[in-house]
Ligand binder design. Sequence first.
Ligand SMILES: [Zn+2]
Ligand SMILES: [Zn+2]
Length: 260
Amino acid sequence: MLFESRELHGKFDERVAGHGFCPVCGREHSIALGHAVPEAKRLLSALLESRRVDLEVPDEEADPRLSIEPLFGEARGHMFGVLVCRDKTGATGVLKAFSGQMNGVWLVPGWVPPLVDVNLFEQTTAGTERYIKRLGRKIDSLPPDAPERAGLIERRRNLSRALMKDIHALYRIPNFKRQLKPVTEIATGKGGIPSGTGDCCAPKLLGYAARHSLTPLGVAEFYVGRENKARTKRNGAIYSSCKGKCGRILGHMLCGLEGA
Ligand SMILES: [Zn+2]
Ligand SMILES: [Zn+2]
């Protein structure tokens, strides 16, 4: 069960946790931390105590790929998030997400799935990715002045670009007006859409809520693991939604949500 029932206590935290510009309404939409901070702390404790992300399975069935130990080493940390929401009956509860994949794993029981259809993603990317890697090996094996080298590099660049387009086409982004639109149509701002747009915790959580008629009341994203290289994230700290990726899609995603 992804939606875990929870009674809400304490004060509503008004601080903005996620936001983006909505071109349809011509203004920012935002969501507050609300009651999500205690839930984020609760999840953080559970992760630090069990040392793994597959919290729902017994120790002997734990997937070694889902250990959190690498997050404290060379791999460095990872973002996690919780969304406090209300279902149609008025009951309140919480959803949880990890950003992107955990060590190549998209789906873990108890955690919201990605916005993209995982099977479709694998089908779309696997062949081209293998081919791009093969091209890379071929390029590396050639002397720098080999005549066919430039052509192969050009070919690889075009393939990567085409693959990125194919991946973006797979991301269909819901909102609270029951609209489902391709990320290429709703992303605001200039320049190409960064890879991984839609894979952060906030869009995963909001997308799941929108698709399951849950009303978001607050969200909190936090970092677990060794400080990132840029030294902007530290273990256990809560961060508002990122600007580069989420800033471009949260305006659409939050559109139609009461109070946003
Ligand atoms: Zn983000
Ligand atoms: Zn709007």
